[in-house]
Design a protein around this ligand. Sequence first.
Ligand code: SF4
Length: 423
Amino acid sequence: MNDFFLIMCYTHNMENVNLCVGGCRIQQLNEIVSKILDPKITVVVTTAPAPRVALGEYFNLPQQNLQSKIVGFFKMLGVDYVFDTAFGADLTTISEAYEFLDRLETNQGLPMFNSCCPAFVKYIQNFHKDLIPNVSQAKTPIAQIATYTKTVFAQKHNLNAKDIYIIALTPCIAKKLEIKSNFIESKVLSKFDTNQNVENLSQNKKISSKSLELLNKLSQHQQQCSDNCEKLKNIQANLSNDKIQLTDAVLTTAELVHLINLCELRLNDIPDCQCDELVGQSVKFGASGGVLQCIIDNCYYLKTNELPPTNLLNISSCTDTLCEIIVPLKISEQKTSIKVAKIMGLRNIEQFFVSQKYKEFDFVEVMSCVGGCIGGTGQPTNDAQTLQNRKSILLKDQTKNFALQNKIALEYYKNYSYLCYDN
Ligand code: SF4
């Protein structure tokens, strides 16, 4: 059994595995095309760090970061805004850094585990219920950026949250089920309501002839919708009028390639475009050790008011499945350092928890996929050399990884920290 099936079996039941592989993308394709064509709907795509360093492998360009092509493709389709999910990762970093310091200072809920890997969170919920309080309350990066988009961004652009459709491009099949349980209450949204008249708004949206041509090509494949789509509808989120789903759809890297192929495009046909106004620093979230590094660097800054030294936590270069390190960080007179670790791969995680090794640490970054999200189940082949290549491309030029320097994210956290955590 490979990691893909291990993750899906641990997290969901086998019927859902079949749906993810056989049905989701066609069902989503129908919905995505109709939302882009709907003049009342503003369509937003958020792009996670891992797909941009794997996309090239499908097009014989394995050593390139193709984020600009990803943005360009969605713009060609007629998507209204494309944001970098690293902005959401900045919000997760800031939220987890504050939460972790609070837990350290009160000596409660330790060790803390990251919340951003839905397969791991589901594993804890299913097999170690007593450790649920140890998982961070911070929203995941895709939930953070979706919350920001449907509240502050919507208000700034005179949009209603219910008229925004968010597609998250991720390396992760487990995210397809994560989004079914991520909601925002209508009473919270009402504070950001703009009372925008959607009839007026519809006059502003213009779909170019090129976009129409591509959407037409995609529409032809709607006829292929299989019985699986009907089954999928049965596990749609259980929504009521008092809440709306945050992220509306998830596309994996493999599904992005499927879309590009259905449109009969080569990479050269796609323009290079930059993300719209939301970008972030925490790109390292895409590789094992990156979440831990981002959080500890930001904790250091919060405690000392100084930038962290470059060698404070150089754990990203460690390729072992379990890496542990002691970080000099003064929490109190008695506690002058913290012990942290990263672990990856569900098989190793099982051993780590059953043996109770986790009790030795203050914080543990847990990623279900070997290599972290760059080795996600929605990515192409994940051999060791490929993972190493993706990691080097991802971390190239990433000297800045400092979420607290993201002024938009920090101001949002300070004003709306209650939106950054799950209840
Ligand atoms: S480590 Fe794997 S399962 Fe976890 S969020 Fe990343 S891609 Fe998804």
